[in-house]
Design a binder for this molecule. Structure first.
Ligand code: SAM
Length: 298
């Protein structure tokens, strides 16, 4: 059977930010299918790697992809925000990569419910151990809370209207499928497909995914904690796929590079974030919203 694929985004730029040719230990906090990490390990025979992912299915595939690297690789089924609690010699770490969001493997598996383009259950959990699914949120949360989720995490103009439509639809029938939700969004937003226009359900699905997986909580605190644990010279590369994440990363980096104490923790390596070239977007359209920021511990 063919293995699922995920094309790593901003690959060369990321390895450059990590200065990944140096011997030593690297951490991939979102290993996915092992795209970035397999290339890092192949190009640098003196690198070892610790990889984490919330998605057990992804970890299993990464395990197979990375099997040729033998005991140079250690994988954990874990949230990267738990990294500081793992038994790792952080002082020996050379670089940490966080490539946020979803993999193509997750997006292209209809049973996971991440895509409005295929019919599936409204699940959206990255970690199967999580009890909260998108269906549960749509069923249980108040109209006001739903509106807040759509506004804050989807930046949706019709957030209140959509929340009202969902509250009224669920009184008749529970919302259980991606198609049911897509149809409600299309109705509320008076959607008419147009070339180059993004489907409004993309924002709604993004908002629910962020809420289900609690994606933004403690992100800034995590970045600060991990940078603090690293030795001078160690690098952090973070790839974000929407402005909410990117804003947190940008402000955290600025705060740590220019703290009120006057003693910086990091130097920022990317004054402007690296973004994919037209060539990369042509080859991998899903890379189009990626932004890479890098910092080095001082
Ligand atoms: C864009 S993919 C990573 C792809 C990977 N760089 C590659 O090239 O194969 C993002 C991955 O991060 C995982 N993920 C998202 N949030 C996470 C978190 N808080 N902790 C650990 N993994 C997470 C997802 O399950 C997904 O597999």
């Amino acid at each position: 059977m063919n293995q699922p694929e995920h094309i790593p985004v901003l690959l060369d730029e990321t390895l450059k930010v990590l200065d990944a040719g140096r011997p030593g230990l690297y951490i991939d906090g979102t290993i996915g299918l092992g795209g970035h990490s397999s290339i890092l390990l192949a190009r640098n025979p003196e690198a070892a790697l610790v990889g984490l992912d919330l998605d057990e299915a992804a970890i299993k595939i990464a395990q197979e992809h990375l099997a040729p690297f033998g005991d140079r690789v250690t994988l954990y089924h874990s949230d990267y925000r738990n990294l500081p609690e793992l038994d790792i010699d952080f002082k020996a770490v050379r670089g940490v990569l966080i490539d946020m969001g979803m993999s193509s493997f997750q997006l292209d598996t209809p049973e996971r419910g991440f895509s409005h383009q295929a019919d599936g259950p409204l699940d959206m959990r990255m970690d199967g151990r999580n009890k909260t699914t998108a269906a549960r949120i749509l069923q249980k949360e108040s109209e006001a809370k739903l509106a807040q989720i759509f506004r804050d995490y989807g930046e949706l103009k019709q957030a209140h209207k959509l929340a009202r439509a969902i509250a009224s639809a669920r009184r008749v029938q529970a919302l259980e499928s991606t198609t049911q939700l897509r149809l409600i969004v299309e109705n509320v937003c008076h959607w008419i497909p147009q070339k180059g226009k993004i489907h409004p359900a993309s924002k709604v699905f993004q908002a629910l995914r962020i809420e289900v997986n609690d994606e933004l909580s403690n992100l800034g605190e995590f970045l600060e904690t991990i940078l603090d644990l690293l030795s001078p010279g160690a690098r952090l590369a973070v790839i974000a796929f929407h402005s909410l994440e990117d804003r947190i990363i940008k402000h955290t980096f600025l705060r740590l590079a220019k703290p009120e104490t006057g003693v910086p923790l990091i130097e920022i390596l990317t004054r402007h974030p690296a973004v994919p070239s037209a060539e990369e977007i042509g080859r991998n359209p899903r890379s189009r919203s990626a932004k890479l920021r890098g910092a080095v511990r001082v």
